[in-house]
Design a protein around this ligand. Structure first.
Ligand code: NOJ
Ligand code: CA
Length: 688
């Protein structure tokens, strides 16, 4: 049970005012360790504002809070603080799966009550702040009130004014390719409009990431730079004009800022998970287990096969059986098959109206395949590409999930390939068809609602969801543990479409940006290191293994075609062993955008795994095994970049293998090639 200690101290102090204006008020609280101090106040215009100091220095200069509405005077001025309450909380909860088993939820809370003046209809707004030792979160809580019953939000005006200078890593908010962009690294004062999480490293080494938690029934927050290093929220648009429409009472998502002294503190940080509601689904371990899978996929991505029926159709019964056989033989529990359903012929990047979610193509015997898979103790992983047409998908959703669950399918990958703003959502509900749609953004309120509808419907049928072209993750896996993974960034697929399309620094950037939001179905394991027309990946062979440690997901693909996996038996053996579920995870070496090496302990055995990814600069790391328990020895099986390896030439295939016994206190000098990586498995040495 959460422990709440109400009203530790009256945090409201009034200061004298010479003017006949509402009395300015200030409310403050600090993180449990006292390093982060929050001040909430109103300024001379009676604007509501918040500011932060960290380790005694100003971190966030006074930053406004409020809303503009489509149908009433703004909720930006005329505020008075009418009261505040404090509380404290400290407990630990268990994740059903994840990067770590136990999560500590330790914070101090400040709830501030605001009231607008008579000219602004005396509206009420509460803001709840939670301060953790490694970040803060706050949300607006809109109570029932006389002034209005429904809030039509034209935009939310939450500012983040970063005081110290620094560098930012970010992608553009609202652009056509959604989140599938190469990250930009710029001074903070050169950011334009960014998606979150946006990561910043300040001049004194402090690491920040601004994001949000529990994005439910609301539009996603983008960050627009106003001036200098001041950002303000701007919500993803809606076809309804008001970007968000909500009846009172309601709470907004949490606005979050991770605050850490170093890169490890940024990454090993459960701020957003802690700000989400506990598990609503109960124990799902009977139907979802972390797993590794293969699929009829890379062959389509690189153009050998097609999603459409025809002579090169990928999803045939025969090929699927071959993949099931390979999975059974090599310890994979699932086989993803895309292009299995009718309607994907011709222009699949089209309108999505032809897509059926229940009828297989004639050359794909769904029933026979699922029966064959069951015999081999392998599961078919389902696929629902929508082409961004959620109107057509929602109309078939229940039938589609029912069909799969009846056939023993417990994991479904979804897809929303359409440009930003190109989601076709149901219109007024009277008919389903192209003449009755509303166009929405992938992260607007209606699509946010759609994703939860899919996850909740899937849960009813004991199905887990892996969404591609999704809305960003905001920690909802805590509440809905069947929402197991997403894409939501440039995945492996881009490497098939152009040489070095995801450059060598892409993955070491993802670790500190996209990955802060939650698991990613990146789809590592392209052991051939090539895509369409043999274009090379910006990766060594060892980096493909390092990705399993760097980019967390409870479902991990071995994404290459099976003949390429089979051609690399040693690497395949590592992929077979590496877990997708961890007792603990630590970033033991790393720098944003440059390299990232993790040590992760298996949740189901005493084994540890170490590994990660490098950018274009070769480097030698001095890795310490201090994370191991004292007094135990481990056999380390090492996969590392071979001498002279580089992503730039055919030397990307050079890999070296090594074995040695290590214990706490030992060090390993590890060379990482340009575009390289490494992976180690540590198993306890059994005492004779
Ligand atoms: C884009 C997804 O990211 C990819 O994995 C999938 O194969 C295609 N869409 C088709 O659904
Ligand atoms: Ca994609």
């Amino acid at each position: 049970m959460p422990r709440l200690i109400p009203a530790l101290a009256a945090a409201l102090t009034f200061s004298a005012s010479l003017h006949a204006q509402p009395v300015p008020a200030t409310a403050t609280t600090a993180s449990p360790d006292g390093q982060i101090v929050l001040t909430v106040s109103t300024n001379n215009d009676q604007r509501a504002q918040w500011s932060l100091s960290y380790k005694g220095k100003l971190l966030v200069a006074p930053s406004m809070m409020g809303f503009i509405l489509t149908d009433g005077v703004n909720m930006t001025r005329g505020w008075t603080i009418t009261g505040s309450e404090t509380a404290a909380h400290d407990d630990t909860w268990e994740q059903p799966w994840g990067e770590r088993r136990y999560v500590r939820d330790h914070y101090r809370e400040l709830l501030v009550h605001f009231r607008q003046d008579k000219d602004h209809h005396e509206r009420l707004m509460n803001v709840r702040f939670r301060l953790f030792d490694n970040g803060i979160g706050f949300r607006y809580e809109m109570p029932v009130q006389a002034a209005f019953k429904t809030m039509h939000i034209a935009d939310e005006l939450t500012e983040f004014s970063i005081a110290p200078k620094g560098t930012a890593w970010w992608i553009t908010g609202g652009e056509w390719n959604r989140y599938e962009q190469v990250y930009q690294k710029t001074p903070i004062d050169a950011v334009a409009t960014a998606h979150t999480p946006i990561t910043m490293r300040l001049e004194d080494g402090t690491h920040l990431a601004i994001h949000e938690a529990a994005l439910v029934d609301y539009s996603a927050m983008w960050l627009k730079r106003e001036d200098g290093q001041t950002f303000r929220s701007t919500l993803a648009p809606s076809s309804h004009g008001a970007r968000v429409t909500r009846d009172l009472p309601f709470n907004t998502p949490w606005r979050t800022m991770r605050i850490a002294p170093d890169a490890a503190g940024l990454v090993e940080n459960d701020l957003e998970l802690n700000l989400n509601e506990p598990n609503k689904l109960g124990d799902i371990s009977g139907w979802f287990k972390p797993q590794k899978y293969i699929g009829i996929w890379w062959g389509m991505i690189k153009g050998d096969w097609t999603w459409a029926t025809g002579p090169r159709h990928g999803a045939t019964t025969e090929r699927t059986k071959q993949y099931i056989d390979f999975a059974a033989k090599n310890g994979f529990s699932g086989v993803l098959v895309e292009g299995w359903d009718k309607g994907w012929d011709g222009t699949w990047f089209g309108t999505g109206w032809d897509f059926s979610y229940t009828q297989p193509t004639p050359d794909f015997d769904l029933k026979a395949i699922t029966a064959y898979a069951a015999q081999k103790h392998v599961q078919l992983i389902g696929h629902h590409e929508t082409g961004g047409n959620i109107a057509n998908y929602e109309a078939q959703l229940d039938d589609a999930m029912k069909l799969y669950s009846g056939l023993g399918v417990h994991l479904v990958k979804t897809g929303y390939v359409a440009d930003a703003g190109g989601i076709q959502a149901p219109g007024d509900g009277s008919t389903v068809g192209p003449d009755n749609v509303r166009m929405e953004y992938h992260d607007g309120q209606r699509v946010v609602e759609h994703h939860l509808k899919v996850v909740e419907t899937a849960a009813k049928y004991h199905i887990a969801i892996d969404s591609h072209e999704p809305v960003k993750d905001t920690g909802l896996r805590r509440t809905y543990p069947n929402w197991v993974s997403r894409e939501g960034a440039r995945g492996m697929e881009y490497n098939a479409w152009g040489a070095f399309s995801n450059g060598p620094s892409h993955e070491p950037t993802l670790v500190y940006t996209r990955m802060l939001s939650g698991p990613m179905d990146f789809t590592p394991g392209i052991l051939s290191l090539e895509g369409h027309d043999h274009v090379p990946l910006a990766s060594t062979l060892a980096k493909q293994l390092g990705l399993y440690l760097a980019i967390y997901s409870p479902i991990q693909m071995a994404a290459d075609q099976i003949e390429n996996l089979a051609a690399h038996p040693k690497e395949l053996a590592f992929i077979r062993e590496v877990p997708a579920d961890w007792a603990q995870s630590h970033l033991i070496a790393g720098s944003v955008g440059e390299y990232a090496i993790f040590a992760r302990q298996d949740r189901n055995s005493p084994d540890w795994y170490v590994g990660g990814v490098n950018d274009a600069t070769a480097r030698t790391l001095d890795l310490s095994f201090d994370f191991l328990d004292a007094g135990k020895s481990y056999t380390a099986t090492i996969y590392k970049d071979g001498e002279g390896a580089t992503y730039l030439t055919d030397a990307r295939h050079r890999i070296a293998y090594d074995t040695r016994v290590v214990k706490k206190g030992d060090h390993l000098s590890l060379w990482l090639a340009p575009g390289g990586g490494a992976a180690l498995r540590l198993t306890p040495v059994l005492k004779k």
